[in-house]
Write a protein that binds this ligand. Structure first.
Ligand code: HSE
Length: 439
């Protein structure tokens, strides 16, 4: 057996600790499969004294992450501290320039600097592997980069953030508040250090930008992703979705359209009978459509220490085996610019929840504004509380009541124009809730 692959682990949080633990407990099997052992020789983290439940006594400790990255005692840096810039970027760049392979779970770093880092890795003839950065334990990076390399992919979409799916699932099934569910997600180690990245949709957008590049051979362009998060979703939206036969999921979608590649992240109504609607809790799912393979869906744990460590292990075994492919599937010099499709041109069905001032002519006025934009309504439901019915039997009070519209397929631009006009007419008391429908 050849000499071990010596790795330096930067960051000993939930994932780092799980990685060190699993490298130890699965050492024999990993060495047999990889043809050589993979050993952690050095580590660096913020707090040396913290008890992580793992024995670090035989490992060299670096206070300076960049010194770890450049150390002659490692062949490969595993970066698990996160963050788009700062220490993570400095350490990854230092490792690549020093001829070390890099494995990272850092989607924020790659979404912002991925194209440059990939070029740097290629220039130095080292690997830059990032399976753990998208969808936790699901091997979607390898699937797109290697298994589907002979396909033209037309669409990749999915539930890419465990925290949001966990929150939406528990809000729906247990009637809990958004805040309580978020606290639990943080306690369980699913959420990012700043959970705004999760609930604001940015974590999904970072991951989607990597999948887009892998699927379409384009430069990573996270700025081109349209992003909406889940913070505006109210319990009533989940109740209405259920009544209408849908579930609400935060989806990331990258798709070739007639106007270019659409990259969008937003809460989405998906029909309950779809496979992706069955994906609950912290589980992620990624659906790919390729011209040769057809449609496939991968489902698995999207966050958490062990799931993410499993993907890091896969990258490490590839490096130990000497498998070396372009990080984005095509050489960085062959990546093309993203041909961006503007969100205003997006076409689909819409769920619109309006807080309507309940008085004669309100519904007709709203329907007129929709008709002016050639928007066809599939259904319209007014949810009037019992108490308001008793207080205002003739329905003339102007008290706010929720009204839900479902449209047939139309364009984002038409919906925006219609809602601007409805707002200007004074029919609504709050900003509309808009949720796109996939069907
Ligand atoms: N915060 C992320 C999530 C962790 O909730 O999915 C995995 O990237």
């Amino acid at each position: 057996m050849t000499s071990p692959l010596r790795i330096g682990v930067l960051g000993l949080g939930t994932v780092g600790a799980a990685l060190v633990q699993s490298l130890k407990s699965n050492a024999d099997g990993i060495a047999t499969r990889a043809g050589r052992a993979i050993s952690v020789t050095a580590v660096s983290a913020r707090d040396r004294s913290r008890d992580r439940g793992i024995d670090l006594s035989s490992l060299k400790w670096f206070d300076n992450p960049v010194a770890l990255a450049q150390s002659s005692e490692i062949d490969c840096l595993v970066e698990l501290i996160g963050g788009a810039d700062g220490v993570a970027k400095a350490a990854v760049e230092a490792a690549l320039k020093s001829g070390k392979h890099v494995v990272t779970a850092n989607k924020a770093l790659l979404a912002k600097h991925g194209s440059a880092l990939v070029a740097l890795a290629e220039k130095n003839n080292v690997a830059l592997n990032f399976e753990a950065s998208v969808a936790g334990g699901i091997p979607i990076v390898k699937t797109l980069r290697e298994s589907l390399a002979g396909n033209h992919v037309s669409r990749v979409s999915g539930i890419l953030n465990g925290t949001c799916n966990y929150i939406l699932s528990r809000m729906e099934l247990e009637g809990l508040t958004f805040e309580d569910c978020l606290k639990d997600a943080q306690r369980l180690g699913y959420a990012e250090a700043d959970p705004t990245f999760d609930v604001g949709g940015f974590d999904t957008a970072h991951k989607l930008s990597l999948l887009t590049s892998l699927a379409f051979g384009t430069e990573i362009d996270s700025e081109a992703v349209y992003v909406e998060g889940i913070a505006s979703i109210k319990p009533l939206d989940l109740v209405m979705a259920d009544e209408l036969g849908y579930r609400i999921k935060l989806l990331g979608v990258a798709e070739r359209t007639a106007t270019g590649i659409e990259q969008r992240v937003h809460p989405t109504m998906v029909p309950k009978h779809w496979a992706i609607a069955q994906v609950m809790g912290v589980t992620n799912a990624v659906n790919v459509i390729g011209d040769v393979v057809g449609e496939l869906t991968l489902v698995g744990p999207g966050a958490g220490g062990n799931a993410t460590a499993s993907s890091v292990l896969s990258d490490l075994v590839d490096i130990a085996r000497g498998i070396h492919v372009p990080p984005l599937g095509v050489p960085s010099s062959a990546l093309t610019q993203t041909d961006k499709a503007p969100m205003q041109r997006h076409e689909g069905g819409y769920y619109i929840r309006l807080t309507v001032r309940d008085r004669p002519g309100a519904a007709a006025g709203i329907a007129t504004r929709m008709a002016e934009q050639s928007i066809s309504l599939e259904s319209i439901v007014q949810k009037r509380p019992q108490a308001s019915r008793a207080a205002d039997p003739a329905g003339k009070s102007g008290n706010p009541v929720p009204v839900v519209l479902i449209t047939y397929a139309t364009s984002e631009a038409a919906i925006r124009r219609a809602l601007d006009a409805v707002g200007a007419d004074g029919h609504i008391a709050e900003d509309p809730q808009l949720i796109r429908i996939e069907r």
